[in-house]
Design a protein around this ligand. Structure first.
Ligand SMILES: Cc1cc2nc3c(=O)[nH]c(=O)nc-3n(C[C@H](O)[C@H](O)[C@H](O)COP(=O)(O)OP(=O)(O)OC[C@H]3O[C@@H](n4cnc5c(N)ncnc54)[C@H](O)[C@@H]3O)c2cc1C
Length: 449
């Protein structure tokens, strides 16, 4: 029996899924597949990982939904190239459909998978699903990569027709008529967490659907108040793993709140930038910022990680991150700005720490935002801008409601004194960056503002 595979990656849903809809419409019966990628899992720092637990639960849900619809769901553990090689030997696979992934690792993996499948005479078909505009869909008038978010977003809005946000009919076509049930004795059992060497870790569970309309309507007024549990949409985990489609989220935002639509479009923007500049995952986009002499004091880094810097908003944020795997955007900005411009520690240290802790960890968004805060990115805050953590606190949590939730000892003798004087830290960073930029310019002149 000839079949095609639909390979789920960052799209752990049946509804409104471009690649799945195309596979179901291809005329061949579909077998959905998920691969627990050893190349990624082997590098996870902890054996109890909340993200893997979340993925595992979603994969099991997909398997149940597929079986209820009359099909078989395959889940395998291994290297994608090896798993697919084995599957094309086991079954008469004509095509593998999947949705595009723009991260540097993923594009290399897909190139290898594409080579393998072509050699075996199997079609490998990729679709844009994760974003509305990808790669070079939006360029400047002169044909260059956009690096000013305001101008990018203007074009984004001008081109964002309602048609682009229409849902794809994958759920409607997800029926026995289009799925293949494999011989129950044949498919190997789905991997378990323990079987892959992991334990369950349950952390903050995101919304299971779109945020409530109430939250979206007030978003622009509430988004910078971290004490509010529903001040932001908490969509990030859903968008990261594709349990909500970006079209759904944007349709709702377009109808109810332009500010939210703009925020979600940052995600398209950062994925587009990382696709064009994959090197920025590990180095500053701005060459003049590559030789900044960060201090990288390990004790101070540990104090930042643990939420013991003596700056209440920074400490509350880091403790929330450690406890829940989540942090509101405004507080992410505060803790990141503090690390790079007050402690003068390399943004990559912070990026890595976030990568280990965030349930919504997303390379493009994480790197894009860290480079923005460090003043090193394709789009950035000016390198000399340094936010004061105390004035941030005054603006976003003047009554210390958020801070007291996470740092109950604030204001008592047990709370540490500030790890660095804010003005001293700011001047130290700005002068060192200025000197590095002058040296990088080669002619003794200051580069940039
Ligand atoms: C230093 C730093 C690191 C970050 N790392 C990540 C990360 O690893 N993964 C991640 O998804 N977001 C990251 N962000 C962006 C942002 O903080 C989160 O997307 C947001 O806080 C998630 O909560 P929410 O879904 O309630 O956001 P909302 O404010 O409700 O926004 C809705 C959606 O818009 C998108 N969005 C909002 N703000 C941004 C932004 N600044 N950049 C890109 N997309 C945005 C997200 O998809 C988000 O889910 C980071 C921000 C900073 C400052």
């Amino acid at each position: 029996m000839k079949i095609c595979l639909f390979w789920h990656r960052r799209d752990l849903r049946i509804h409104d899924n471009v690649g799945l809809a195309e596979a179901l419409a291809s005329g061949l019966p579909v077998v959905p597949l998920f691969i627990y990628d050893r190349d990624i899992l082997d590098h996870l720092p902890n054996k109890a990982d909340a993200r893997l637990t979340y993925i595992f639960d979603q994969v099991e849900r997909l398997a149940r939904e597929t079986e209820a619809a009359g099909g078989t769901f395959l889940a395998r553990y291994g290297r994608p190239v090896d798993v697919l090689e084995q599957l094309v030997q086991e079954f008469d696979v004509v095509a593998v459909h999947t949705n595009e992934d723009y991260e540097p690792y993923a594009t290399k993996r897909d190139a290898k998978v594409g080579d393998l499948l072509r050699r075996r005479g199997v079609d490998f078909l990729l679709y844009k699903d994760q974003v509305i505009f990808a790669k070079d869909d939006i360029m400047t008038k002169s044909g260059t990569v956009p690096k000013v978010f305001g101008a990018y977003h203007k074009t984004f809005l001008a081109r964002l027709t309602d048609e682009l946000l229409l849902p794809y009919g994958s759920a409607e076509a997800f029926t026995q008529a289009h799925l293949q049930r494999l011989d129950p004795d044949q498919p190997s059992p789905r991997p378990t967490l323990a079987g892959m060497g992991f334990e369950r870790k349950e952390q903050y569970v995101p919304t299971t659907d779109l945020p409530a309309e109430e939250v979206v309507r007030h978003y622009h007024q509430t988004r910078n108040t971290p004490a509010l549990q529903n001040g932001t949409t908490r969509l990030s985990v859903q968008l990261r793993f594709g349990t909500v489609s970006v079209r759904q989220a944007m349709r709702q935002a377009k109808a109810l709140n332009p500010k939210l639509l703009a925020e979600i479009s940052w995600r398209d923007f950062f994925m587009m930038l990382l696709w064009h500049y994959p090197n920025t995952a590990t180095e500053a986009y701005d060459p003049k910022m590559r030789a900044v002499p960060y201090r990288n004091n390990e004790d101070e880094f540990r104090a930042w990680c643990a939420g013991r810097t003596g700056y209440p908003l920074v400490d509350a944020g880091m403790r929330e991150l450690n406890a829940t795997g989540y942090l509101p955007n405004r507080v992410r900005m505060t803790v990141a700005g503090f690390l790079v411009k007050q402690l003068f520690i390399d943004w990559r240290w912070g990026e890595k720490y976030f990568a280990d802790k965030l349930l919504d960890y997303e390379l493009a968004n994480n790197v894009g935002n860290w480079q923005w805060m460090a003043g090193t990115g394709a789009v950035s805050a000016p390198w000399f801008r340094v936010y004061s953590p105390d004035s941030q606190l005054e603006q976003v949590d003047p009554e210390l409601k958020y801070v007291k939730r996470w740092v109950p000892e604030v204001g008592t003798a047990t709370y540490p004194a500030p790890i660095v004087d804010h003005r001293f830290g700011r001047d130290r960073a700005v002068e060192a960056i200025r000197a590095a930029r002058i040296a990088a310019s080669g002619d003794g002149k200051i580069v940039g503002a």
